[in-house]
Design a protein around this ligand. Sequence first.
Ligand SMILES: NC(=O)c1ccc[n+]([C@@H]2O[C@H](COP(=O)([O-])OP(=O)(O)OC[C@H]3O[C@@H](n4cnc5c(N)ncnc54)[C@H](O)[C@@H]3O)[C@@H](O)[C@H]2O)c1
Ligand SMILES: O=C(O)C(=O)C[C@@H](O)[C@H](O)[C@H](O)COP(=O)(O)O
Ligand SMILES: [Zn+2]
Length: 360
Amino acid sequence: MYTLNVATTSHQYPIFIGSNLLESANHLLAPYFTNKIALISNETVAPLYLQQWEKILNHSGHEYFNIILPDGEKYKNWQTLNLIYDGLMQNRAERKTTIMALGGGVIGDMAGFAAATYQRGAPFIQIPTTLLSQVDSSVGGKTGINHPMGKNMIGAFYQPQAVFIDLNSLHTLPPREFSAGMAEVIKYAVLGDIEFLEWLESNIEALINQEPDVLAHAVHRCCQMKADIVAADEKESGVRALLNLGHTFGHAIEAEMGYGNWLHGEAVAAGTILACRLSEQLGYLHQDDTQRLIRLLSQVNLPVTPPKMSLEAWLMHMSHDKKVMDGNMRFVVLKQLGEATITDKVTTQNLAATLNQYIS
Ligand SMILES: NC(=O)c1ccc[n+]([C@@H]2O[C@H](COP(=O)([O-])OP(=O)(O)OC[C@H]3O[C@@H](n4cnc5c(N)ncnc54)[C@H](O)[C@@H]3O)[C@@H](O)[C@H]2O)c1
Ligand SMILES: O=C(O)C(=O)C[C@@H](O)[C@H](O)[C@H](O)COP(=O)(O)O
Ligand SMILES: [Zn+2]
């Protein structure tokens, strides 16, 4: 088992990572359980894992209740968020009631936002059950919901009390969702750790087969990188923006294609290749580097080309990106593989050349 510490200015908390971690749940989470607990999950994850958590809470003698939401990115919105508030009110949740998010990034982001806002802030614990949520979304405190015009447009920075990553939960994850998580894993390597990228290239088959040590190393490395970046810049005034590699393009794809039609990880994969092409345009990256990444993403069955969209749609979505500053779009680009940077020096010509083949 690994334990990491996330030390932000607002709060410090542990990330527990391991296989068979449920056996130790009571022991590890005891300091973070409060008298009453709201278990928030969805219609897919609850039948798989809720009972185990009910057993744990029964055993430790904590009062709990469940809120089960519909499943899918298309439900990451106000209506579904309201179902959480309704459940909290109906069950007389108090300010000290702990909200436990049991599921992927959609549940984590929504439950986290509910926790940030319910009675102006209730404690919450992340129990991520997808690869993507284990390596990325459960750590760092970005919470929120989508707006029809833009991803994660409404939300809050709100850190959890603890993150509990049981790698065994990935055994039931559909392959397409595992691949989506790999997009963020590869993102970490590409944005800041060339040795990790080389390691991924050498261990990709073992990772796809979920060999325990290999999987644990990958999850640990991503969480470590995220913990370090978030500790340095909790609210994205600087280095944290690098975690957005591929997301300016990716979020545009998700919103334009209809939330859930392209999985977040799939859109990030195609978006990362567009970020590479843009980096080539700026004279940073060589096309062989882009090809190297295309090979790796393809090995995990991720898309490496975006859908065709009108230029207006690309630009409209990208102009709503949260990195826009004083009306200027900013992009995360690669100086080389393993080294990302943010720039506002992207011209319309650069963008037109990057998107050229993908304009309908
Ligand atoms: N807050 C952040 O920092 C951050 C970072 C990255 C992504 N995100 C957000 O996370 C979301 C994507 O998260 P995701 O990829 O986990 O998607 P998701 O939450 O939709 O989960 C993917 C699918 O897998 C199912 N599932 C979850 N765990 C399972 C398991 N163990 N076995 C079987 N099925 C399981 C879910 O019900 C869902 O159908 C997006 O909304 C994205 O914007 C947030
Ligand atoms: O934690 C971060 O910071 C990230 O950017 C991680 C991303 O993988 C994640 O998709 C995040 O939700 C995107 O943030 P946003 O601010 O662009 O919505
Ligand atoms: Zn992401």
